[in-house]
Design a binder for this molecule. Sequence first.
Ligand code: MN
Length: 277
Amino acid sequence: MSERKVVKKVQGMATQDGAGVSLKRILGQPALRNLDPFLMLDEFGSDNPGEYIAGFPEHPHRGFQTVTYMLEGKMRHQDSAGNSGVIQSGGIQWMNAGRGIIHSEMPEQTEGLMRGFQLWINLPASEKMSAPGYQDIPASQVPELTLDNGVSVKVLAGEFDQIKGPVSTQSVKPLFYDLAFSEDAEQVIDLPIEHQCFCYCYEGCIEIVGEPIVQGELAVFSKGNKLRVKGNAGARLIVLAARPIGEPVVQYGPFVMNTEAEIHQAMMDYRSGRLVG
Ligand code: MN
């Protein structure tokens, strides 16, 4: 057994994206540029409509996958492949931008709390130009286990205790769990030994092998097949793991490819209307 330890901790940076949505960029900022294969993690959370109402109007993507996980609120998604739907509290959307997609994500509410995460996950070169697609998964399709120690686990992607999450994408074998501690407890999570893994504590505080991680901190872990999380009552965190890709990453805004030439191609394709279709 090899236990994972904390190798780095970072806090999010306040910024804006879309047409002016206030958010915290936790991954994909100077303190943590990327974490192969993870490219970005944003947390949004506000009950002030002025901070979210402008939403994310139409914009393109190529070369990776975007994930929106809503904790609270409603967001309408629409894309160039003809998909549309409303992502609601507890629901998750997993989109493969592949060779190209143009989409928008706009609040489907004018007041109240909107809270959640957006995550970008890279694709290997062999899948960057794959067909775009997405999975819209309502909360009712996300298995939630309540363990004897009072820890509840939502299994969004991958397997936990032989319970399979609904996300079907396989390119980097992602695991995505949302954990909530109802009392002080310890929870051991089995992980593929070579997967990249991080957690983000979004309420309360936890401890990993003696290292405290408080609300608003992301912790990057060493390799290993076990993650031992000590949580205080009320702690909530997301745990992400995926197989590293190990290829060059060239990113220009919403395009993430392997070479400069491929980025130029993506920009030309977008300008000339050939990114999608
Ligand atoms: Mn997007």
